[in-house]
Design a binder for this molecule. Structure first.
Ligand SMILES: Nc1ncnc2c1ncn2[C@@H]1O[C@H](COP(=O)(O)OP(=O)(O)OP(=O)(O)O)[C@@H](O)[C@H]1O
Ligand SMILES: [Mg+2]
Length: 294
């Protein structure tokens, strides 16, 4: 492996003084459910340790991607950061304060868009902005909604309902809605996973453009190596589960603003890509082998 050592960092518990988000010794255990077998035998089903002892410090204005084999616990981790899922062990601190539930400081973009189907584009944004800022003047709310619809290139589609939009347009609404509440951190769980390759490519470039403008901290889950390399400052590579951990962290040094064609010319592009491919191949193969042996 020809990567310079500076591009790979071992996950460590070193605590940053400037971190915006600190994930410390975080573990998630899903309790075993009682089923007929456990009722008959009186034995409790075994708990499932999804992720174990995750440590990660995220600095402000960083774009971080999480990549790992399917089922390793990426969404579980993101949901804990979002405050949608409880933390079984350790703690997650935002600006030094423990996360105990969802909050407007974190905006979430879901793979399946999660829009209100009976609301228009504008109403979907309005609902989010009003919920978070109930005292804001109508004039300000209208301005924010308009700005964010324009930001994601949806001007003209304000009065359309989600069923009248393509998948790519729906995801633009999801991104606009998450950004309209002005979160400190944008959380995205496979935001382009449901889109065709071409639309996906366009939206990735849109996200890169928006990120250049706003430089918000972003944590994005993806299965795409190219997507992670285009957008991220750091790529967190998780091991397979159960008890998934962080295996390696890649630093992505490509200058910004980035374009797909130019980053592919960067001397480190192919080494980083190869490193990620071999990680994913190794972990996914181990999952498959474990499945066959069962
Ligand atoms: N509510 C739950 N109860 C029990 N087990 C769960 C629950 N949610 C997730 N799991 C288990 O935790 C593990 C991690 O799931 P998670 O959805 O976080 O994986 P993932 O990495 O996001 O996968 P994918 O890439 O397929 O989206 C899986 O084995 C899953 O079955
Ligand atoms: Mg997931």
């Amino acid at each position: 492996m020809s990567l310079a050592p500076t591009n790979i960092t071992e996950p460590s518990a070193v605590r940053s003084q400037t971190a915006q988000l600190s994930i410390r010794n975080v573990t998630k255990v899903f309790p075993g459910k009682k089923d007929l077998f456990s009722k008959l035998t009186g034995k409790a089903r075994r708990n499932f340790v999804a992720i174990e002892d995750i440590n990660l410090e995220i600095e402000p204005n960083t774009f971080v991607s999480i990549i790992g084999p399917s089922g390793c616990g990426k969404s579980t981790l993101l949901n804990m950061i979002a405050g949608l899922s409880s933390i079984s062990g350790g703690e997650i601190l935002l600006n030094g304060y423990p996360i105990t539930g969802p909050g407007p400081d974190r905006g979430m973009v879901f793979q399946n868009y999660a829009l209100m189907p009976w609301m228009t584009v504008e109403e979907n944004l309005r609902f989010a902005v009003e919920t978070v800022n109930p005292k804001m003047s109508k004039k300000n709310r209208d301005r924010i909604i308009k700005e964010h619809i324009q930001l994601v290139g949806l001007a003209g589609a304000e009065k359309k309902h989600p069923h009248e939009l393509s998948g790519g347009m729906r995801q633009r609404v999801g991104i606009a809605r998450a950004l309209a509440i002005n979160p400190q951190i944008l959380l995205m769980d496979e935001p382009f996973g449901a889109l065709d390759a071409l639309t996906r490519g366009f939206l990735q470039e849109e996200v890169e453009r928006i990120w250049e403008q706003q430089r918000k901290t972003v944590i994005m889950i993806t299965h795409s190596i190219e997507e992670a390399l285009l957008l991220s400052d750091r790529i967190i590579m998780m091991t397979r589960g159960p008890a998934a951990r962080i295996d390696e962290i890649l630093e992505v040094p490509f200058p910004r603003p980035r374009k797909r064609e130019t980053i592919e010319q960067h001397p480190l592009y192919h080494d980083l890509k190869a490193e990620m491919e071999s990680h994913l191949y190794r972990e996914t193969r181990a999952v498959e082998e474990a499945r066959i042996q069962r």
